[in-house]
Design a protein around this ligand. Structure first.
Ligand code: PXP
Length: 252
C-alpha cells in the first residue's frame, strides 16, 4: 500500500500568517523520513494553500521520490505540470467556493477537451490519475481517455463513518460501493487509489478492499501532528526561554 501524504494544510497554516514557516517542503521531508512513499500537493487555481514556488521546491526535493500534483484540468495547470514534471498528476474537480474537493470529476462529461489534456500529460511521461466516484461509467470514461489510475473518492465513506447519527449500515454500504468500484477498475486494468477524509479511525476497514494500492491522506495527518507534537513544541519553546533567561543572568 503506497501512502502519499498531502501537505497542503501545512501551507494553509503558513499562509494564515504570511510567515515563511511552517514550510511544506520541510514537512514533505519529514513525511518521507517517517514512512510516506510519496508527497501529494494540490495547486489550486486560487493558490489558497500550495503556491507555485512550493511545487517547484517540492520537485527539487523529491529527486527519485514520487510527487503527485493534484490540479484542475485547465490549460494553465497542464502547462505548469508539463514544466514541473510531477510523477503523477491527479485531475480533480475544483470550485472556488468549496472548502475542499467536493465530489469526483465528471470524466464522462469531460469530452474531447479533457481527453486532449490527459493525452498531453501522458505523452510527457506523466501518470494520470482521475479523482472520481466509484462509478463504472466514470471508470470506463477515465480509461477511455488514457488515464491509467483512478482515485476513488472516499468522502461519503468518511462522512458515514464520522456521522454520529449514521448507522453501521451506511458505513458498510459505502464500503461495499467502494469495493465494487475498486474491483471494476482493477478488472478494467487501471490502478486503484483512494482518498479524501481518511483518518486513523476510518482507514482500517478500507484495507479490506484488496485492489486499493495507494492512499492519499492530508488533513487528518496534519491535524494529528498538532497533538502528537504539541508537547514537544511547548517544551522546546520553554527551553529556549530558559536559555535566554540564564544568559541574561550571566551577563548582568
Ligand atoms: N485525494 C484528492 C484527490 C484530494 O483532492 C484530496 C484533498 O486535497 C485528498 C486526497 C486528501 O484529502 P484529505 O485532506 O481529506 O485527507
Amino acid at each position: 500500500m503506497r501512502l502519499h501524504i498531502n501537505i497542503d494544510h501545512v501551507a494553509t497554516l503558513r499562509n494564515a500568517r504570511g510567515t515563511p514557516y511552517p514550510d511544506p517542503v520541510q514537512a514533505a521531508q519529514i513525511c518521507l523520513e517517517s514512512g510516506a512513499d510519496g508527497i501529494t500537493a494540490h495547486l489550486r487555481e486560487d493558490r489558497r494553500h500550495i503556491k507555485d514556488g512550493d511545487v517547484a521546491a517540492l520537485r527539487e526535493l523529491l529527486v527519485g521520490k514520487l510527487l503527485n500534483l493534484e490540479m484542475a484540468a485547465t490549460d494553465e495547470m497542464v502547462e505548469i505540470a508539463l514544466r514541473i514534471k510531477p510523477n503523477v498528476v491527479s485531475l480533480v474537480p475544483e470550485r472556488r467556493e468549496e472548502r475542499t474537493t467536493e465530489g469526483g470529476l465528471d470524466v464522462a462529461a469531460g469530452g474531447d477537451a479533457l481527453r486532449g489534456k490527459v493525452q498531453k500529460l501522458v505523452a510527457a511521461g506523466i501518470k494520470v490519475s482521475m479523482f472520481i466516484a466509484a462509478d463504472p461509467a466514470q471508470i470506463d470514461a477515465s480509461k477511455a481517455i488514457g488515464a491509467t489510475q483512478v482515485e476513488l473518492h472516499t468522502g461519503d465513506y468518511a462522512h458515514a463513518f464520522g456521522d454520529i447519527s449514521g448507522d453501521d449500515d451506511s458505513v458498510r454500504n459505502e464500503l461495499i460501493r467502494l469495493a465494487a468500484g475498486a474491483a471494476y477498475a482493477s478488472r478494467a486494468g487501471v490502478d486503484v487509489a483512494a482518498g479524501h477524509g481518511l483518518t486513523q479511525d476510518n482507514v482500517g476497514p478500507l484495507m479490506e478492499i484488496p485492489q486499493i494500492e495507494e492512499l492519499n491522506i492530508g488533513h487528518a495527518v496534519i491535524a494529528d501532528a498538532v497533538f502528537m507534537s504539541l508537547a514537544g513544541a511547548v517544551r522546546a519553546m520553554r527551553a529556549r526561554i530558559d536559555e535566554g533567561l540564564s544568559n541574561r543572568r550571566l551577563s548582568s
